[in-house]
Design a protein around this ligand. Structure first.
Ligand code: SF4
Ligand code: SF4
Length: 110
């Protein structure tokens, strides 16, 4: 039986290390257009993460990318700078539900 225990997000940012641009849906794009979020649309349309050696850089200006372009460090934890309107893939992700989350093992006792 699957555990129903809710795993609390530790805001470690690990699940935000992907290039989220690949997972943006048409629905996300439509919402950002409605909300007038040209800032988000600009980044999604123009900035792509590229591998250079063992790290990712921006295709825009080559600056070092530490995962998603919208991930920010708040001094004690990571946060999403577009949290209220983040992509559906991020909205739907349940902490601890897959190996990408650092809390994954706490939810599964084999
Ligand atoms: S949009 Fe926000 S929640 Fe989604 S991967 Fe980027 S920083 Fe994480
Ligand atoms: S990897 Fe898990 S604990 Fe870390 S930010 Fe993502 S959901 Fe939260």
């Amino acid at each position: 039986m699957e555990s129903t225990v809710q795993i609390a997000c530790q805001q470690c940012g690990t699940c935000c290390l992907a290039n989220v641009n690949c997972y943006v849906t048409d629905e996300d794009l439509e919402r950002w257009k409605r909300e007038g979020r040209d800032d988000i649309l600009h980044i999604i349309e123009h900035e792509h993460a590229m591998w250079v050696g063992d790290h990712l850089v921006s295709s825009l200006d080559g600056h070092y990318l530490h995962g998603c372009s919208f991930l920010t460090w708040e001094g004690t934890h990571y946060a999403c700078s577009i949290y209220a309107t983040r992509p559906s893939v991020c909205r739907d992700y349940q902490p601890g539900s897959s190996e990408i989350c650092t809390q994954f093992n706490q939810n599964h006792h084999f």
